[in-house]
Design a protein around this ligand. Structure first.
Ligand code: 4NP
Length: 162
């Protein structure tokens, strides 16, 4: 029986560090569970500086160390029709969340949430921007994305993948 996929969009500022990492991590977790045909997964940014570019080399390297290839992603802006197409939009930080809420068309379909609370770590509410940081910050980004994406996937599974 054909089922409509759950459409999930990860959003950060530049779409070259955090959200492509979250997209790659979530894709890998979904694949591990054999649920590829149940999800459509993408990422986008609220800022336009890096449109069309590959992910930041440091993000690609951190993901590669974890066995995840994000090199083929190309940065794009969040579009108004994303709010109609996607079921869930996950923001990496509070500024991304505020920007998304400000641009959401009235009556938008997508539910917009912060990503990090899905990790269930009360003191960690955001995936901090690693752009001006070090290799270590990119590994920390990956680790946070893993924890949060794992929790997010569990909520979808608990809800019967509806
Ligand atoms: P991201 O990181 O939002 O995780 O992709 C950033 C990338 C680029 C910039 C800021 C954050 N920038 O200012 O160009």
């Amino acid at each position: 029986m054909p089922t409509t996929p759950i459409r999930v969009l990860f959003v950060c500022l530049g779409n070259i560090c955090r959200s492509p990492t979250a997209e790659g991590v979530f894709r890998a977790l979904v694949r591990e569970k054999g649920l590829e045909n149940r999800f459509e997964i993408d990422s986008a940014g609220t800022g336009d500086w890096h449109i069309g570019q590959a992910p930041d080399a440091r993000a690609t390297a951190a993901c590669r160390r974890a066995g995840i290839d994000i090199s083929t992603h190309r940065a794009r802006l969040v579009r108004p029709d994303d709010f109609a197409h996607f079921d869930r939009i996950l923001a990496c930080d509070a500024m991304n969340l505020a920007d998304l809420k400000a641009m959401a068309p009235a009556g938008a379909r997508a539910r917009v949430d912060l990503l990090m609370p899905f990790a269930g770590r009360p003191e960690e509410t955001e995936v901090p921007d690693p752009y001006y940081g070090t290799e270590r910050d990119f590994d920390a980004t990956l680790e946070r994305c893993r924890a949060a994406c794992g929790g997010l996937l569990q909520t979808f599974i608990k809800d019967g993948l509806q």
